[in-house]
Write a protein that binds this ligand. Structure first.
Ligand SMILES: NC(=O)C1=CN([C@@H]2O[C@H](COP(=O)(O)OP(=O)(O)OC[C@H]3O[C@@H](n4cnc5c(N)ncnc54)[C@H](O)[C@@H]3O)[C@@H](O)[C@H]2O)C=CC1
Ligand SMILES: O=C(O)C1=NCCCC1
Length: 325
């Protein structure tokens, strides 16, 4: 027993604290994505012993142009109980503060004891990109070659990493509303990326488009999008924020991570008046078809269950590493 950190799993013991660098070193898309896929399926089964995850409660931080989101999740069969606290902001151009700041708490469901406190930024970046990668894998046309990323912040980087590691594209294009942001992004990644001067230039002929901006107005117009393309729409997570225009929303078959989440929080869904055709989990469960040949939009709002499985994976990896020492 000597040398094994049994103490960390005992009720009453202090929680382990796992900060950003360590989370990044413990989480890998190859392990994370299959867990996310399984979790999305369980969420969409609406079976309360699999997942209980209410729509995020949101508290406005009006003075700071932001919101605090509370994202509790319980997975009874898996013995996973967690909550994420996430602050997200619509920052002005001059701000150097991050747009998203988050912490994940992992609890023992039997005792309520807090097992771990983790940095939530790396978890948020990677689980969001992982969910988008799943959407692309399920909904893009076979043989997709061109990826376009709109926005060049944190989510752009995690999406670039997940998409280039797990899928194969011949060309990656990026656009940012400030060109220097796109140029900096290109210098920070290892593979070839083309900087585009306009959204239209970036998305013309693209097979997969990822929108990861802080815009509150549409940046992507349906008339520029190739029929049959897949769009992973990640920004605009408030009922009055947009990234996609009405023509794209009306043309596309719309999928979401959570139907209730999309109807409560997505300006692109609410203001365009379109129906969510299916959740990603419905496709994973074989309940709804994946219309690969049609133009598809995956509207991502982010779900607590994604944080729960990612945090649980980090904790498992952390324990495995600690036991080996
Ligand atoms: N669906 C989900 O699960 C999640 C969604 N998000 C959302 O994704 C978006 C991106 O998040 P991060 O990459 O962390 O933010 P970030 O601040 O790191 O990057 C935002 C990017 O948008 C650009 N941008 C800012 N204002 C813009 C405007 N008016 N028009 C076009 N581009 C603009 C910035 O230059 C930057 O390239 C945010 O809206 C955030 O709330 C973030 C985390 C999870
Ligand atoms: O799921 C999340 O985490 C977030 N979703 C939308 C806004 C930023 C954080």
């Amino acid at each position: 027993i000597s040398g094994k950190p049994v103490i960390f799993t005992m009720a009453g013991a202090p929680p382990v604290i796992i900060w950003e660098r360590e989370v990044e070193s413990l989480l890998h898309y190859k392990e994370l994505i299959p867990r996310l896929e399984e979790a999305l399926g369980k969420f969409s089964s609406r079976d309360s012993v699999e997942v209980i995850q209410p729509v995020r409660s949101t508290v406005p931080l009006q003075k700071h142009n932001g919101f605090l989101g509370l994202m509790p999740t319980y997975m009874e069969n898996d013995g996973v109980l967690s909550t994420k606290l996430v602050c997200f902001y619509n920052r002005g151009a001059g701000s150097t503060l991050p747009s998203v700041s988050a912490t994940v708490l992992l609890l023992d469901p039997e005792s309520g004891h807090m097992k771990a406190v983790m940095d939530g930024e790396a978890i948020t970046s990677m689980r969001t990109a992982g969910a988008s990668e799943i959407s692309a894998k399920l909904l893009m046309r076979p043989g997709a070659e061109v990826l376009a990323i709109l926005g060049t912040g944190q989510q752009a980087l995690s999406h670039y990493n997940a998409f280039t590691e797990m899928l194969s594209f011949k060309e990656v294009r990026v656009w940012n509303h400030r060109r220097e942001g796109a140029e900096k992004f290109c210098r920070s990644v290892s593979g070839p990326v083309t900087v585009c001067g306009s959204v239209e230039e970036a998305v013309r002929g693209a097979d997969v488009i990822v929108t990861v901006t802080r815009s509150t107005e549409p940046v992507l117009c349906g008339r520029w999008v190739k029929p049959g393309a897949h769009v992973a729409a990640v920004g605009a997570c408030r009922p009055d924020w947009r990234e996609l225009d009405d023509s794209l929303m009306k043309e596309a078959v719309v999928y979401a991570d959570s139907r209730e989440g999309a109807m409560a929080e997505s300006g692109d869904v609410i203001l365009s008046g379109v129906e969510v055709f299916a959740e990603l989990g419905d496709v994973i469960n074989g309940i709804k078809p994946a219309y690969r040949e049609k133009t598809t939009v995956f509207k991502s709002l982010g779900m607590g269950v994604e944080d729960a499985v990612a945090a649980n994976l980090v904790y498992e990896q952390w324990k495995a590493k600690a036991y080996k020492l």
